[in-house]
Design a protein around this ligand. Structure first.
Ligand code: TXA
Ligand code: MG
Length: 331
């Protein structure tokens, strides 16, 4: 199969036509690119799992382009859940609610809930509207690989496995949506993202962060290895440690690289010269650039030393991804 990157009205029409025929299509969102299929068509949904090599017990998020579609997908939506949707949709949030009978088990992996997301990216919205059905979609990467934030990332990973990738430029948020479980008594963040705990609390009053202490993993995806670059990656305690790890790696002949914010790279330059990828000036820029930087690093280099961005605001969400990518390895 030949893979094409398409844009404009014609691209969207072609993509929507494929969806209506029960095929899968890649589309951009503001968080990461998604690999979509008609959420009501279980055979089409199965193809997503095949293309990604994803275990069938990991459920998919369903994407909508009109808030009214929520009542088609859910059977029970609390006033709190509606408040959350009003506050942050369209945007980088996924809200988990009790699913309706229309959602096949292939989408929910047998759970009684469904994750609903209304992306803000204009191409995503046009595409979903043109399809006329909600779109089930995980991130458009081979399972365990780094999530794609450009059409070119997807092309490199899934060439020959999908017919169409819709072009939407570089994703502006850069990491996957914040997932909030509203199907239980206390709203629980299952995956941190661009919408932070503080932002959620300002609307809900109280939210709980999934701390790892809860024994039953509610986001089934939590148990899987994620976002692994092809080469080893470590998180450095501070700039000194980063410089030392870099030097060690260089001695091993690995061709290392440092991923960090600009101010950190300025500090590093005072210690030693390094290959680096500048993630920008602030945490929002780091979030936007982190996956693209990992893609570039694994292509060009053999060892990644990453800054510890801390746990404030979106930096906490970035570290969630970085810790998974590094397998928790720290220096
Ligand atoms: O930003 C995003 O959320 C992107 C774009 C494409 O929308 N999508 C995305 O999907 O990141 P995926 O499949 O890569 O990650 C979805 C996560 C998985 O870890 C899955 O286990 C969890 O959401 N999930 C989906 N439905 C769930 C449910 N009903 N209950 C608990 N967790 C759920
Ligand atoms: Mg994913």
């Amino acid at each position: 199969m030949k893979t094409e990157i398409l844009s404009g009205k014609e691209g969207i029409e072609r993509a929507a036509e494929l969806i209506r025929r029960g095929e899968v299509v890649v589309f951009p969102t503001e968080t990461v690119y998604g690999l979509g299929a008609n959420a009501f068509d279980k055979d089409a949904v199965r193809k997503i799992f095949e293309v990604k090599g994803r275990p069938m017990d990991n459920p998919l998020i369903v994407h909508i382009a009109d808030i009214a579609q929520v009542d088609e997908l859910a059977c029970e939506v609390s006033e709190q859940a509606r408040k959350l949707m009003r506050a942050f949709m369209p945007g980088a949030i996924t809200v988990i609610v009790k699913k309706s009978a229309l959602i096949p088990d292939e989408v929910s992996a047998g759970l009684s809930t469904v994750g609903i997301r209304f992306p803000s990216h204009p191409v995503a919205q046009e595409f979903i509207r043109a399809c006329g059905v909600p779109i089930a979609a995980p991130s458009a990467n081979t399972s365990t690989k780094i999530s794609p934030t450009t059409a070119e990332h997807v092309y490199a990973d899934l060439y020959g496995k999908v017919e169409v990738i819709l072009q939407g430029g570089a994703c502006q948020v850069g990491i996957e949506s914040t997932i909030v479980d509203m199907s239980t008594d206390v709203p629980t963040i299952l995956r941190p993202g661009g919408i932070t705990e503080e932002m959620l609390a300002s609307v809900l009053g109280e939210v709980r962060t999934f701390s790892g202490k809860i024994v039953v993993a509610k986001a089934p995806g939590m148990k899987y290895k994620h976002y692994a670059p092809d080469c080893e990656m470590v998180v450095a305690e501070n700039v000194r440690h980063a410089a030392d790890a870099y030097t060690e790696s260089e001695k091993r002949g690995e061709n290392p690289v440092v991923l960090a914010r600009r101010d950190y790279l300025d500090e590093m330059a005072k210690i030693r010269k390094v290959n680096s990828i500048d993630l920008g000036e602030d945490d929002t820029a780091v979030m936007r650039n982190i996956f693209a930087a990992m893609h570039k690093a694994q292509e060009k280099y053999g060892f990644i030393v990453c800054q510890d961005f801390g746990d404030k605001g979106v930096a906490n969400s970035v570290m969630n991804r970085v810790n998974k990518a590094s397998g928790g390895k720290r220096v």
